[in-house]
Design a protein around this ligand. Structure first.
Ligand code: ATP
Length: 281
């Protein structure tokens, strides 16, 4: 059974309809990406799942808890959350910050050193948080979210506005967490991030899931039926992959007339634009 089940979830704020009845499931041990431009409803979805907001309609079950039980301690302690509201005590050291959360969640001694090692920041353990760079703080916030080894991790735009090296380190850590069995639900605008990390994604736009699937499957589903041939003299020809071009394509491959033969797989960003008519920015 799926660890996250969202059925016809609706959320309205007064006359504003943030979620217009969305349905999706996440399997245990997957990284699932909610992709959408600003205002599409990603944060609202996460806030419902973390118990911060109540659904206006529909049903949500996470890790065998119904949304009506999302305020229970057992539920809350099974989650790790990283959002733009997550914060650290600037004047305390990295160690003191993380020890506070370790004790709060009853995590074993040594957990602080373990998570810091995972994000490559063990040498910063005695520094006050105020002395760290933005990328380092984000990695410490991730440590805070996972110190108690939660079953499910909710990440609201975990790498937005971070440099490529920090982003890479965070991606490595998320993959390790998945390998250990953690289920991760993240939101992002970043299609490269989604393509690299996510087992499945849902395209959210105007409070509606417009399409969903594995990134490779979506790219395959929306591919153009064209083949680009680069011949040995440098000329490039584009032909449709149809029955009547079969012998031409066979010849190209068999006679080694071409230096490159490529089919056109759109990027996930191009697929998003095709589905919604909107750039994912
Ligand atoms: N507390 C609130 N009161 C009123 N409207 C809200 C509230 N929270 C969200 N909304 C509205 O719901 C819609 C979805 O917002 P949400 O924050 O979920 O989008 P998002 O996809 O996370 O965007 P971003 O990428 O900018 O964070 C927006 O139109 C927003 O204005």
């Amino acid at each position: 059974m799926s660890i996250i089940q969202v059925n016809n979830l609706e959320k309205t704020f007064g006359s504003e309809r943030a979620l217009a009845g969305i349905t999706f499931n996440v399997e245990r041990g997957q990284i699932f990406g909610l992709l959408g431009p600003s205002g599409s409803g990603k944060t609202t979805t996460i806030k419902v799942m973390t118990g911060e907001l109540k659904p206006s309609d529909g049903d949500v079950n996470v890790n065998n808890f119904n949304y009506k039980q999302f305020r229970k301690n057992d539920y809350v302690s099974s989650l790790g959350i990283l959002s733009d509201k997550s914060s650290l005590y600037e004047r305390l050291t990295v160690k003191d910050n993380l020890e506070l959360f370790r004790k709060l969640y009853n995590a074993p001694k040594g957990s602080v050193e373990r998570v810091l090692k995972d994000v490559g920041l063990e040498s910063e353990i005695d520094k006050p948080v105020s002395k760290l760079s933005k990328g380092m703080k984000q990695r410490i916030l991730l440590c805070k979210a996972v110190i108690h080894r939660p079953a499910i991790l909710f990440l609201d735009e975990p790498t937005s506005a971070l440099d490529p090296t920090t982003t890479e380190k965070i991606h490595d850590m998320l993959e390790e967490l998945r390998d250990e069995g953690t289920t991760i639900l993240l939101t992002t605008h970043n299609m490269d991030e989604a393509t690299r990390l996510c087992d499945n994604v849902a395209f959210l736009y105007q409070g509606v899931i417009q399409d969903s699937g594995a990134p490779a499957e979506l790219r395959h589903r929306y591919k153009r039926n064209e083949v680009h041939i680069t011949y040995t003299d440098g000329t490039v020809k584009t032909v449709d992959r149809t029955e009547e071009n079969r012998s031409l394509l066979d010849n190209v491959l068999f006679n080694e007339e071409a230096v490159d033969v490529r089919t056109d797989f759109p990027t996930l960003g191009e697929v998003f634009k095709k589905v919604t008519g909107k750039e994912l920015v």
